[in-house]
Every structure is written in C-alpha cells, then in structure tokens.
Design a protein around this ligand. Structure first.
Ligand code: ADP
Ligand code: MG
Length: 356
C-alpha cells in the first residue's frame, strides 16, 4: 500500500523530474507500481509514468526493467516491434522513500479491459488475428533478436495502441493537459480508455438488454452495437510490463507466469480434457509425478475425465462455424502441446496460414 517502501501517492498536477512531467490521472497499477498519464512539458506529449514502490527489492526490479526495456527500445529504431518504448527514467523522492520511475510512451487500454468492455462475448476473428500478429511480432523480436523472455504475458500486460494523439487532437481525445492542480474534475479520458464508471454503466445496461432479449429477441441488435463501438480503434497492440522479464541465458526464477496462464505443466485434469492424455513419459518423469499420476500416466485422484476437444469447445460453447473452429484449432492446438519441444516458436506461429 501507500506506506514506507510502498506506492507513491501522486495527485493530478504533481510534477516529476524537476517539473518536466505533470501527472494527469492514474492509468493503472500492479503489485509493484502505480502508472500515471503524465504530460511531458519538454516534448509537448503525453507519456505513461510508472512509479515503482520504493523498497529496495522494488527499486532493483525497476532498474532491471529499465535495462531490458532500453535494450528493446534501442534495437527497434523504426518502432515496428510491438514492444512499449522506454523514453526516460529517473528517481523521485517522496514521503514513502525514493521511487524509481519509468517514462514510456502512452498506450491505450489493456486487452483485459477490452474483454470486459465486450462483456466477455468476444470480438471478431479478424481482430483476434490482428492482436495475435502484434503479440507474436513482439515475442519473436524479444526471443530471437534480444534473447529476452517476458515470463508474464497475459491480457493485462498487452495494451492497445492509442490511435489518437491527445496532444494533437485534444478535443477528440477529451484531454487537455493539466499544467496546474485541477479545479474540479476537468480532465477526461482518452477515447480509447474505458472509465470504470462507463464499464459499470455498460454492465448494468447489458443485464437489462439480456433480460429484454428473453422476450423480444433483440439481442442481435445489441451485439452489432457492441462491435461497432470498436470501430476506429486500431487493434494493434504492444507488450508492456518487463518487471519479471529476464535474459534467456540467465538463471530463471523457480516459478514464472501468473497461475491461470501457465503452460500445461499445471492444471492437469482440465488440460487433459481439452488436449487429450498427457504423454505417459512426461506424466511419470516429473520430480513430483508420483503425487499426481500412477505409473500408467493416469491421474491418481481424478478417474473420469470429460474430454472436450478444442474444436468442439469453439463450436459448442463459442458458436464458431465448423471451418472457423478448424482453422483456429490448427493454429492454437500446437501452441498448447504438452511437450515443450513440440510447441512452435513465435516466428513459426507468425507463418501459420490462419494468420495469413
Ligand atoms: P506492474 O509491473 O506493477 O504490473 P505494469 O507495467 O503492468 O506494472 O502497469 C500496470 C498497469 O498500468 C497496466 O496493466 C496498464 O493498465 C497501465 N499501463 C502501464 N503502462 C502503460 C502505458 N504505457 N500506457 C498506458 N497504460 C499503461
Ligand atoms: Mg502488470
């Protein structure tokens, strides 16, 4: 929290780096930091200011993040590799201690917010492909050109690229930079940014619409409406949050990845229901295999699996057409292969016909 060694409590109008950056509003936060939209008075542009917690371990992690991100920024002079750009960094002294701050380009909302914005009903396949392409371009770049492993890829850490430049188009973006402490609440959100209030309002409206649909079958109109709201938003995106990233040739932490997104070495039963039985050799050769598997590679405690393969899930649960389900399964299934060596690289994924 906001105590010694913890977050820095910033307020709109606060200045950083000798007055150069002026805090506008909070964009997000993670376990290590709060992230603010800030106005860069020197370059007349909006930036994202990541203010790290101040305790020593956090400062160390931030310096590591700076090292990796500056390598990634330097090696991509044309800004085409779908990784957030580091613009500057400095230390800020506050009541809770010294905070390492990273200045990065200002991006739009995360894929998690996009998913919630659409009430978890999904978005068109062409948009999914656009997002896959961006993420894979970023991963291929990190893996093959830099030797960096991100280790924390998940929807919250992939941000949409803002198509509107708030500095050039303040009216459309709803932004006017605050150069002083604001009077009242005159600062708005970028078009691409869905405020908490708006999300709540939409959720409430969605419930109303769903109960309506039961009688009027008006749901189709609601869906078209949802899709149209994404128009004008480029679905290009960038990978952010290198707080857990590491060089491929240096020792990894024992555990990586947020649990829900971990590779199939986790969540055994559910994975086998979707992907089929794990190869016996893999099932029985782990240091803790005996806790979970018998010597035939069957789960000890869960006897009956309800197999539900990926293409069936897409058709039966997500209403995919058969050809769409087949195309997507061809792309996705190899990525989820139990055997790590069988999984395709980011580059191989990029060449898959489903994306082309
Ligand atoms: P942490 O390491 O604390 O998780 P992140 O780098 O993931 O910090 O940032 C936390 C959140 O702040 C992100 O999930 C996102 O919502 C927001 N954010 C981070 N960087 C940017 C950026 N460049 N532009 C806009 N929002 C950002
Ligand atoms: Mg994060």
């Amino acid at each position: 929290g906001y105590r010694k060694g913890g977050y820095h409590a910033a307020r709109p109008g606060d200045r950083f780096a000798g007055g150069r950056f002026v805090a506008q509003r909070k964009l997000g936060w993670g376990n290590f930091s709060t992230v603010w939209l800030a106005y860069d008075t020197l370059e007349s542009r909006f930036v994202a200011l990541k203010i790290q917690k101040s305790a020593r371990d956090y400062a160390h992690a931030a310096r590591h993040e700076i090292e990796l991100l500056s390598a990634a920024t330097k090696a991509d002079p044309t800004n085409s590799k779908c990784v957030v750009r580091l613009l500057d960094h400095f230390k800020h002294a506050g009541p809770n201690g010294q905070h390492v701050c990273l200045v990065t380009e200002f991006l739009g909302d995360s894929l998690l917010r996009l998913i919630r914005y659409n009430r978890c009903k999904g978005i068109g396949l062409s948009r999914v492909k656009e997002i896959c392409r961006s993420v894979l371009v970023g991963l291929d770049y990190l893996h093959n050109e830099l030797g960096i492993i991100h280790t924390d890829l998940k929807p919250e850490n992939v941000l949409l690229v803002s198509t509107i430049n708030p500095a050039k188009d303040p009216v459309r973006s709803g932004f006017t930079p605050i150069l002083d402490r604001p009077v009242g609440n005159q600062y708005g959100g970028a078009v691409i940014s869905f405020s908490e209030k708006m999300l709540k309002m939409r959720a409430r409206r969605a419930v109303a619409k769903i109960s309506q649909r039961r009688v009027s079958l008006g749901g189709v109109a609601a869906e078209v409406d949802e899709e149209r709201n994404l128009d004008g938003i480029s679905l290009k995106c960038k990978i952010v949050d290198f707080g857990n990233a590491c060089w491929a040739d240096q020792q990894l932490a024992g555990e990586i990845q947020t649990r829900q997104y971990r590779a199939p070495e986790d969540h055994l039963a559910q994975m086998m229901e979707t992907l089929g039985k794990m190869p016996r050799k893999m099932a029985t050769s782990g240091t803790r295999s005996k806790d979970y598997f018998d010597r035939y590679g069957d789960l000890k405690r869960i006897k009956r699996l309800k197999f539900w393969p990926l293409d069936r899930i897409l058709v039966e649960r997500f209403d995919f057409t058969e050809p769409d389900a087949k195309g997507f399964t061809d792309f996705l299934q190899p990525i989820l292969d139990f055997t790590p060596e069988n999984r395709p690289s980011a580059m191989q994924c990029l060449k898959h016909p489903w994306l082309n």
